[in-house]
Design a protein around this ligand. Structure first.
Ligand SMILES: Nc1ncnc2c1ncn2[C@@H]1O[C@H](COP(=O)(O)OP(=O)(O)O)[C@@H](O)[C@H]1O
Ligand SMILES: [Mg+2]
Length: 338
């Protein structure tokens, strides 16, 4: 297996894409094979989570980031590690706490006595896969430092810009509503995540298999890389060329725009949601061996892509309405292009 260059110095992309070394984008067929290989490899560790793995990889291939909301012990860390290992990626985990500072994530400039100049020391954000655990426990200032960097794919420290890796994927986790810490993510921050979904408890038969699989050693320990970072980057490129008809673009916009007019909604989803829905639906189509999007992929991803961005007004929330309910209703009543 060819290992991509993993430079850690500031400004490098994490994947050698310059100097003519970058492979051409794979054919749709090759891209699908890369996806299947990665999904199968993660499946050696993750029991009963094929749907979650599919969504996770659709977000990754569509260039987005993911927010996992779930109880402790449901496999979030294991999933992030299994992905990182499968694609031979650099991986960092940051536990978010109230005293975590922006510089603990981004990095810091330190004066070097010998050279008589400031040198930037990269924070954990300079990686390929970042697990931001319990993101809602950090202060809003620290959350927004991460989310801004995610949006721009770069970090600005003391007026100097540092490019993040070309393949940079954040998996953030937060506890379900009742367990939320002091700082729930503000609406504007939720919008930075392409998708939010839960892993959920798996059926007892699957959980029993998990016990057998981990009886002696953890299957993560023996998980081997099955794809290169360069292949994942090329998968992202292949996603861009999946066709989306004008009618389906309009369908996406109608679903997302519908949240802005729905009853009980204080703040609907933005065009960023429309873009995320298009890109992740393109990825899912590619995974299914199609070179064009159909309404199926859009419908499958509408809730994980749109619902978390919808803010209900207090009264609607009190009576049990949710973003999920709004999107499910829109799926029922929005005309589907033929
Ligand atoms: N669906 C699953 N498949 C495989 N292992 C799982 C699954 N759910 C939980 N586990 C196992 O349970 C333990 C706790 O999982 P972990 O990933 O640390 O949870 P979390 O990060 O959500 O708190 C690990 O040993 C993990 O492998
Ligand atoms: Mg964990």
């Amino acid at each position: 297996m060819i290992r991509p260059t993993l430079s850690t110095s500031a400004g490098t992309l994490g994947v050698s894409s310059r100097g003519g070394a970058a492979p051409p984008p794979p054919s749709q067929l090759a891209a699908r094979e890369i996806y299947e290989r990665i999904a199968a490899n993660i499946g050696k560790v993750m029991q009963g989570q094929t749907g979650a793995v599919r969504r996770l990889l659709a977000a990754l291939a569509g260039g987005g980031h993911v927010l996992l909301e779930d109880f402790p012990g449901t496999g979030k860390t294991t999933l992030a590690k299994a992905l990182a290992r499968s694609i031979d990626a650099r991986f960092k985990r940051v536990q978010f706490t109230p005293d975590l500072l922006p510089s603990d994530i981004l990095g810091v400039s330190i004066f070097n006595q010998r050279d008589q100049e400031f040198r930037f020391h990269e924070g954990p954000i300079f990686t390929n896969i970042l697990l931001a655990d319990e993101i809602n426990r950090a202060s809003p200032r620290t959350q927004s430092a991460l989310l801004e960097a995610m949006g721009e794919n770069q970090v600005s420290v003391e007026g100097e810009r540092h490019q993040l890796a070309e393949l940079f994927f954040v998996i953030a986790t937060q506890n379900p509503v009742e367990f939320r810490g002091t700082y729930p993510l503000p609406e504007a921050q939720m919008d930075r995540f392409a998708m939010q979904f839960t892993l959920g408890y798996i059926p007892p038969e699957e959980e029993a298999l998990l016990l057998t699989a981990q009886q002696h050693v953890h299957p993560l320990d023996s998980l081997r890389p099955c794809a290169t970072l360069a292949e994942v980057v090329s998968l992202k490129q292949a996603v861009e060329s999946v066709l989306v008809s004008a009618e389906l673009k309009r369908y996406i916009v109608d679903l997302v725009g519908g949240t802005r007019k729905a009853a009980g909604v204080q703040l609907g989803a933005s065009p960023r949601a429309s873009l995320a829905l298009m890109k992740s639906a393109q990825a899912l189509s590619l995974f299914e061996g199609l070179d064009f999007v159909t309404p199926d992929q859009i419908q499958e991803l509408a809730v994980p892509v749109i619902a978390h961005r919808v803010v209900m007004d207090p009264q609607a929330r009190f009576s049990g309405a949710s973003g999920r309910g709004v999107v499910e209703e829109l799926l029922k009543k929005t005309p589907v292009p033929a």
